[in-house]
Design a protein around this ligand. Sequence first.
Ligand SMILES: [Mg+2]
Length: 391
Amino acid sequence: MGKKQLTLVERWELDIKAYEKGVNVKTSTPQCKKCRYFIKKNALHCDIYINEKKPRDVMFCHKECLSFNSNNILDIGVLNEYDNRLYGGIFGFCIGDMLGVPVEFSTREERDNDEVKELRAYGTYHQPFGAWSDDTSMMLCLIDAFNYGFSMDKLAENFVSYYKDGKFTPNGVMFDIGISTQNAIEKIIHGIEPVKCGGSSEMDNGNGSLMRILPLAYLENKYDEEQIVKLVENVSSITHSHDRSKLACILYVELASQLIQGKEKLEAYEETIELIRKKCNEVYSNEFKNFEKILNKNVINFRREEIKSTGYVIDTLEAVLWLFFNKNSYEEMVLGAVNLGGDTDTIAAIVGGLSGIYYGFNSIPDRWVQNVERKKEIMEMISCFFKIIND
Ligand SMILES: [Mg+2]
């Protein structure tokens, strides 16, 4: 039995206890007794905060950040077209995640009443500006594994370091993890072979492997198509080994890879569908019915009300494709994702990856880039990764 995932309220209670013990983390919130009571009761809808005295630098769910001053400006320099797609994809992913974190789990109605138009802080996880979540952490685990001569064991070891020691996190503390992922990492710790750790039941089809798979789209110079598909299947299987999750990962990696090659949106999508229908027919044909709206392209013509933005892998992928074909800039796509509510950070991250590749790094607002926690380390990791995969 894996550990039970903590509810939001339980996490806030732990958080409050940590503050009482004087824990040294960069999150801060006024903790008057009155407010604590309300946080415990209702973390996402604390009316008390609205009129409560609070430090000037602390912003809450309903507030927008007005200034984006950063003391250590990251200058990536002039990028050629290819690098623009590479840095665009990874940073685009991370920034989508960062924009979604403060409002994860909020409802569509809440977002419609209080649209996110800018980077926010605090909110759901109580994290300061620039914090990204498990999506980016686990993607960085994958990049790091490649930087150290890829093996499944190295990747598994990175997941454990993330889970136990807060490595690959924005502020040294792991503040969120999906239940399937947590169960799988517990199995790794107990010595089970990594590819056998992922849940394989129909219930294990959250978007937990889709949300970290993007780096594999950059491997076209190093591996052939068949090898990449195999790699995608293995990397997904560490935490999510049901065919639905694996096929979702294959589809996303292929689409991203087509965009990296410079294809137009629709052309990339159509080529992806063709590949799935041809190459994945033997192993995955039973799953095709679940991907029907994606494989027949109907999803791009849906109305917003028909898009479910949950953590179920099919809902997530449909939301991502709908955003990618119905919005016209990086900014529109990631904010559009966040304002669907639900699994805001993951959907914004996944569409942010595609969008960052397609429109390029230079299309991402610099005020967001400069707010990414540990941006310099991320840039160095990406640079190293790109050297290795293009060697
Ligand atoms: Mg997340």
